[in-house]
Design a binder for this molecule. Structure first.
Ligand code: NAI
Ligand code: CS2
Length: 490
């Protein structure tokens, strides 16, 4: 391996301009890196971050605090080339979730005070697709969810991301302070619009005037975010230690990074274009391209690979028939559904994605990608397949993916290994398998008619439904190879 490039963090300023909700791996490897690089170049120290977890990972909150809010990001071009970047832009970490004793909201008031402060001009989020409490198909607030019911009952003691945003905005409105800009950095289509939907619909349950003020005064720009940041493994920590970095808060990621942001920040923003942040009028084409081509391929690999006992993206993309499937899906099923600006070469983009998936320095586990499928597949596969269905086109790759996802939700791979299905709807899936397990046709129909996940117009497409059933039977009776061969004949 070449000697790593080492970049130290700039001294801290104590000034906070951002609050972030969802202190996870991606935030530490993406937004925080852009802000650290901005700070390094510009000398502008006004955009420090207060970063919070609303649920789990209090250990990370306290670990970063104990480390003086400095950590390392290892950016791997490949296993021979890495940049070790120290990040110091996070000035504070807070926890508003439930602690070991079952008490909620240890730092909630400090977090709300930060969000209500006039110094805070932008609130960013990476709370996963499920953290917005939206119905994945309709985009409506799930006001029957116990967490949302709790926030409606106790709006001043919010537990959810939408609840915190509503309460903080209510305090700013009350104090005559202009609102912050809300910038979602989650893998959702129209992520800004969906965040706005969740916040306004929750505010409506509390005070119509507040909801109206939020709807008219608060900016919710959309953004497309891209950097492959796998959950850390013991091997990752060992590799870093071998480079002299012993840091329990470190993250590893690919060298590639991209951030395309709608330029709508009434309260101001960093001038971070020099760091490569692309400020545009309309993010949608880039967001849809990435969600369908990169994330759609990731999910295909996740379910087909996991069922065959394949562990990582790297192993999966080196499985010849799976790599052929990914390229076919990207260019024959995803690309034709996209409306891209002139000059975007989708063939080249597909090849760049396959090259990124083949990065031998990342242990990106398929089980991590497979989680929350009910929240991910609508934007990754189903919206594109619906567009094709309406045009009278078939989507055999997506149909195979759906068959693999349905089989995956049984919680046992094709080799008999059991695993936990990590999804907000996991209980429902288990019930469906219990009710229909041996009757493939009834099981596939039951999954396809879940209208909070699968668009009903797509479920009504009999050709698509039959394609899913045929793929399901091939997969469960003949295994991955037979299912892929059958697809090639399709
Ligand atoms: P992570 O597991 O490291 O962090 C997830 C974060 O979401 C944690 O802070 C967790 O507390 C929070 N969270 C989960 N459920 C929540 C809920 N119901 N309410 C509030 N907070 C909740 O995962 P990571 O890698 O940081 O990814 C987070 C999100 O970032 C993804 O779901 C995706 O939307 C986006 N993203 C991730 C990329 C990656 O490669 N890891 C790349 C591009 C986007
Ligand atoms: C992955 C994404 O876990 C998943 O669902 O598909 O986190 C993926 O790594 C990122 O979107 C890449 O930008």
């Amino acid at each position: 391996m070449m000697a790593p490039q080492r970049i130290e963090a700039r001294p801290k300023s104590g000034q906070v301009g951002f609050v972030h909700l969802g202190l996870g791996a991606f935030h530490r490897a993406h937004q925080a890196v852009y802000l650290e690089r901005y700070r390094q170049r510009s000398g502008d120290t006004g955009w420090g971050v207060c970063s919070a977890n609303l649920r789990a990972s209090v250990a990370l909150v306290d670990g970063l605090s104990a480390a003086g809010h400095r950590y390392h990001v290892a950016e791997y071009t490949d296993s021979d080339s890495v940049t070790l970047r120290e990040i110091g832009v996070i000035e504070e970490t807070l926890f508003s979730g439930r602690d070991g004793a079952g008490n909620w909201g240890r730092d909630r008031e400090r977090l709300l005070a930060r969000m209500a402060s006039a110094d805070t001009r932008i609130v960013t989020l990476t709370v996963t697709e499920k953290g917005y409490f939206l119905n994945p198909a309709s985009g409506e607030l799930r006001d029957d969810d116990p967490m949302i019911i709790g926030d409606i009952a106790s709006p001043q003691q919010p537990r959810t991301a939408p609840g915190l945003l509503v309460e903080a905005l209510a305090r700013r409105r009350e104090a005559g302070i202009a609102p912050f800009t809300v910038l979602s950095c989650d893998n959702m289509p129209d992520n800004g619009k969906r965040t706005r939907q969740a916040v306004v619909q929750l505010a409506e349950k509390r005070d119509a005037a507040l909801a109206s003020w939020i709807a008219s005064e608060v900016a919710f720009p959309c953004s497309m975010v891209d950097r492959i940041v796998p959950a850390m493994t013991d091997t990752d920590f060992e590799r870093l230690a071998a480079l002299g970095v012993t840091d329990s808060n470190a993250v590893v990621c690919e060298a590639f990074t991209q951030w395309v942001v709608e330029d709508h920040f009434p309260a101001g923003r960093p001038s971070w274009e020099a760091e490569g942040v692309e400020m545009v009028a309309d993010v949608a084409p880039f967001e849809t391209m990435k969600l369908r081509m990169l994330n759609g391929s990731h999910s295909l690999l996740a379910y087909l690979g996991a069922l065959a006992g394949i562990e990582t993206v790297y192993e999966g993309v080196n499985h010849d028939a799976l790599r052929v499937l990914l390229r076919r899906y990207m260019l024959e099923e995803a690309a034709p559904t996209l409306e891209m600006p002139e000059g975007i070469d989708l063939d080249a983009y597909a090849d760049s994605l396959l090259a990124r998936f083949a990065n031998d320095s990342l242990r990106h586990r398929l089980q991590q990608i497979a989680m929350d499928g009910s929240q991910k597949l609508p934007q990754r596969w189903l919206s594109g397949a619906l567009k094709r269905s309406v045009a009278g086109e078939t989507s055999p790759c997506v149909a195979l993916g759906m068959a693999a996802w349905i089989r995956y939700t049984a919680g046992e791979d094709l080799l008999g290994n059991r695993y936990t299905v990590d999804d907000p709807l996991a209980k429902r899936f288990a019930d469906l398998h219990h009710a229909h397990g041996v009757d493939a046709s009834a099981l596939v129909t039951a999954f396809l008619t879940m209208d909070d996940v699968v668009p009903s117009e797509l479920a009504a497409d009999k050709v698509f439904a039959q394609c899913v059933l045929n793929a399901y039977q091939k997969l469960t009776q003949g295994g991955l190879s037979e299912a892929l061969v059958a697809l090639e004949r399709n």
